[in-house]
Design a protein around this ligand. Sequence first.
Ligand SMILES: NC(=O)c1ccc[n+]([C@@H]2O[C@H](COP(=O)([O-])OP(=O)(O)OC[C@H]3O[C@@H](n4cnc5c(N)ncnc54)[C@H](O)[C@@H]3O)[C@@H](O)[C@H]2O)c1
Length: 468
Amino acid sequence: MDKMFSFEISTYKNFKMKRRDFISSLGTVAAFSGVSNAAPFNIIKNLKNSPNDVIRIATIGMGIQGHYDTKAALKNPGVEFVAAADLYTGRLERVKADFGQNIFTTRDYREILNRKDIDAVLIATPDHWHDKITIDALNAGKHVYCEKPMVQAINEGHPVINAWKKSGKTMQVGSQRISGSVFQEAKKLIAAGEIGQVNYVESNNDRFSAIGAWNYSIPTDASPATVDWDTFLKDTAKMPFDANRFFRWRNYKNYGTGVAGDLFVHLITGVHYVMDSKGPNRIFASGGLRYWKEGRDVPDVMVAILDYPKSGNLDPFQMVLRVNFANAGAINNNTRIIGSEGQIDFGWDGLTLTKKKLPKAPGYGNYDSYFTFSESQQKDFEKWYNEKYSEADRKGEPVKEIKIKGKEGEDEHANHFGNFFENIRKGSQATIEDPIFGFRAAAPVLACNDSYFQKKPISWDPVAMKLA
Ligand SMILES: NC(=O)c1ccc[n+]([C@@H]2O[C@H](COP(=O)([O-])OP(=O)(O)OC[C@H]3O[C@@H](n4cnc5c(N)ncnc54)[C@H](O)[C@@H]3O)[C@@H](O)[C@H]2O)c1
């Protein structure tokens, strides 16, 4: 089964499948508070002053993820869903059918921002709308949960961070998997040096299906009457209504962020979280459009190499990521963090820690130069070797494999919202995935796209968060 795909469909699993390994414990969430790299801690003037105060939410963008986000948010106590905005009429009807006829619905998200009774907005629109709606919402005094990637272009990152700092409001970016206990465990294992110094991270996320390649179903009533096409286009090139572009926006660089923004971002978020890393300083991506030539203008095969520099206790390491949406061969996806003394392999229901330590003695014989020595030299060599290395020096540590499962009853998506709401209630801006953390994960994936389209490596300063 496609493991990294789980980043995107974990919400699906949470609602459609009964997983064994869920937690709903807010205690777990509490442990995440304030762990983000460089998150400021501001006191919010209009903070909810009692943990029992109800937080009233609205969702902007009620497509696939808008539904999953809203349901995950509502699994937390003291949260009420009151309004939704979307550009397609059918989805506004669906909201009322699923969540109640009393939910206020509109095509214009600004009507939601104008309402004083709404505390927080969930932004689950296509990527090209993330920055504008986030900034408008923060300026309107709303707390913001914004889907990944936080922004669609690198130059949009700092304006979002500045609006957040100025607002004093709480903001969470939505790569929910880091709010699962598996990532907490991985973070502890790496900090404890269980796999030595990390030197390499790899992940494949191949697929071979139309839906896996983002060709989602288009309703038969899609038309300029049912869709606010002009608003969807935002500041991109004007063109006549095109249902493919509206409902399959990931296939177009004007609205989405390609496989890097859709999929690599989850892995990078996870790695930054478990390793306390601020990001790579050199990014190179290559690929092409090999199979899904229905009109998309982003690659369906992409390979990226990201160089992470020395930072704090971390030695330099490489990250290699791949997506192949046209893999008709055996799909064997994996996500691994590899170190000098072992590896962490992320799976569906947990992680496997493999520990391995080389002996001090290098050994000799077999495929080695030893057999090419003269007989007398071989004897001398053996004598020298036996004197130099003790019995203990010749024994490596036996390979150990430890499987760590996610917590029973866990729901990482609900936890991610739990962390957001908890920080709203205590007046903190410091969520597990605040905009600084969110931008440090988004920028490298956006640089993958820049590298692919510009056919050159991109240099990035992960501390100052600027192109270098
Ligand atoms: N965290 C995750 O695991 C995860 C999973 C899937 C999607 N996502 C993210 O969620 C976002 C939405 O993805 P999706 O698959 O739900 O897309 P979708 O096409 O199913 O839904 C997007 C909705 O946004 C609406 N919309 C577009 N512009 C709008 C605007 N200006 N105002 C109000 N509504 C607007 C559209 O009408 C549409 O219904 C994307 O950023 C995606 O990257 C995250």
